[in-house]
Design a protein around this ligand. Structure first.
Ligand SMILES: [Fe+2]
Length: 205
């Protein structure tokens, strides 16, 4: 038994060594500029998707101050796209590293089918509105993590110009996430009457 465990342990060590060697070798194939461009393009693909989502949220929401704030953030997001495109072009010296037009999958949680079926039948439009606001907050917070990480990477890669530009976008994402958090009690208050109407009163509850 003891012999078997030792040989298994040796195999695991060998596999780990191979993984680490191959990832080191893979990492050597890009310059720091090329690597930074990849990360910037990843951010751009998220902003490309964010623009599309913000446009549909602006049409969909019935809460007037949410509509206005989303509109402001749409303009900011378009500027964030432009900043990323400019950085990618400047770093790539033109055509070779074209800014991506692709859209990332936004980090929106998908509940299990057993719950979505019930939600689909039972949720009021007011609760759907709150669900969308919750998703807005998740996306904005994900963007904060994205830009925060990018500024640290840019710092390590000595891309001084990129740091101040990315920090500008980071502040806008923080402001948007803060706005949602601060205004959540008011949003819930605005849609509460519709939710309350859909609640069946049971004696003793
Ligand atoms: Fe954003």
């Amino acid at each position: 038994m003891a012999k078997k465990r030792t040989s298994k342990a040796r195999t695991i060590t060998r596999v780990r060594k191979n993984v680490s060697t191959s990832s080191r070798r893979k990492g050597k194939r890009l310059t720091s500029t090329q690597k930074l461009i990849l990360h910037l393009n990843e951010a751009l693909s998220i902003e490309n998707a964010a623009v599309q989502r913000l446009q549909s949220r602006i049409k969909q929401t019935k809460i007037e101050n949410v509509k206005q704030r989303l509109q402001t953030h749409l303009e900011e997001t378009k500027r964030q796209q432009d900043r990323l495109k400019q950085l990618i072009s400047d770093l790539g010296n033109g055509q070779k590293n074209a800014p991506t037009k692709d859209k990332a999958q936004l980090p929106i949680p998908s509940p299990p089918k057993s719950l979505t079926d019930i939600f689909g039948r039972m949720m009021t439009s007011a609760e759907e509105e709150l669900k969308a606001v919750k998703e807005d907050a998740i996306i904005e917070n994900a963007e904060i993590i994205l830009y925060d990480m990018l500024t640290h990477l840019a710092e390590r890669m000595n891309a001084a110009d990129a740091i101040s530009i990315l920090s500008e976008s980071l502040s806008e994402e923080r402001a948007m996430a803060d706005w949602i958090k601060t205004n959540t009690p008011d949003m819930v208050a605005q849609v509460w009457p519709e939710i309350e109407d859909s609640i069946v009163m049971v004696e003793g509850e």
